[in-house]
Design a protein around this ligand. Structure first.
Ligand SMILES: Nc1ncnc2c1ncn2[C@@H]1O[C@H](COP(=O)(O)OP(=O)(O)OP(=O)(O)O)[C@@H](O)[C@H]1O
Length: 261
């Protein structure tokens, strides 16, 4: 059974903007999928609908066979614990330590009082430390997050998602604010998590070359519609043009340079 199914998902903002237009696809457990497309294509909207940060207008999204739009209360909180989110701007609390930020990933499992008091079990703290060590952040553990580099902040974001023990990671432009070497570390980390922990990864990427390098499947979106869904090897330049429209020229030039090198 697929882990995630999107069935004719449509999302409108007000009456004007049709951000997603009958999107249909399914993701199997363990897949590494890159969603590519130009600015405004609907990539962020799609991830936010999957996690129910926003409601879809029509269609259905099923996670592990359960209809996401119908979830309420405890069931919705449980759904969100299953999905780790990683953001372009990290969404960390800068004045708190790395360890405290990572433990925030456990909040979905707590009642309000436990959450407010920051009550975490020894087991949860040990697990947070173990994940920080795995991501090479053991020396940063007690630093405030505002003392970290962008790449380190994003690794904290990944650690926070992992302590949730998620089944899927949704990554919204995780490398858009990073220099190339930090971006590589983040993408390598996501691939490693996918391969060794078997966690399904859906990653929004603006950069088609990165998507081609890392993903085993590409979903290309333009104006809220899927224009390509398949393996990276079969994505032609003509299809890249279709997906990216006027932004394509520069991208394809970059690709040629990359492959020539
Ligand atoms: N909260 C909102 N209210 C109204 N319109 C929105 C909202 N969020 C996004 N949109 C619009 O929906 C469309 C899709 O936006 P979305 O952010 O999902 O695209 P994207 O592919 O993630 O682009 P980017 O990479 O620039 O974030 C755009 O036309 C955008 O202007």
């Amino acid at each position: 059974m697929p882990l995630l199914e999107a069935d004719a998902v449509t999302k409108r903002y007000g009456t004007e903007t049709l951000a997603l237009n009958e999107i249909t696809f399914a993701v199997q457990p363990g897949e590494f999928v890159a969603i590519i497309g130009p600015s405004g294509a609907g990539k962020s909207t799609l991830l936010r609908c999957i996690n129910r940060l926003i409601d879809i207008t029509s269609g259905d999204i099923r996670f592990d066979g359960v209809s996401v739009p119908k979830l309420r209360g405890q069931a919705l909180r449980h759904h969100r614990t299953q999905i780790g989110m990683i953001f372009q701007h990290y969404n960390l609390v800068n004045r708190l330590s790395v360890l405290e930020n990572v433990l925030h990933g456990r909040l979905g499992y707590k009642n309000t009082i436990q959450g407010i008091l920051g009550l975490y079990s020894e087991q949860e703290k040990r697990e947070a430390v173990r994940i920080l060590e795995m991501l090479g952040l053991e020396e940063q553990m007690y630093k405030r997050c505002d003392q970290l580099s962008g790449g380190q902040k994003q690794r904290v974001g990944i650690a926070r998602a992992l302590v949730q023990q998620p089944r899927m990671l949704l990554c919204d432009e995780p490398i858009a604010s990073l220099d190339p070497s930090s971006a590589k570390i983040i993408m390598d980390t996501l691939r490693e998590i996918n391969r060794t922990l078997g966690i399904t990864v859906l990653v929004n990427l603006h950069q088609v070359d990165v998507a081609l390098h890392y993903a085993e499947r590409i979903i290309g979106i333009n104006r809220g519609k899927i224009l390509y869904d398949g393996v990276p090897q079969a994505l032609s330049n003509a299809q890249i043009y279709q997906i990216y429209g006027s932004e394509a020229g520069e991208l394809i030039l970059d690709l040629k340079e990359r492959y020539a090198a």
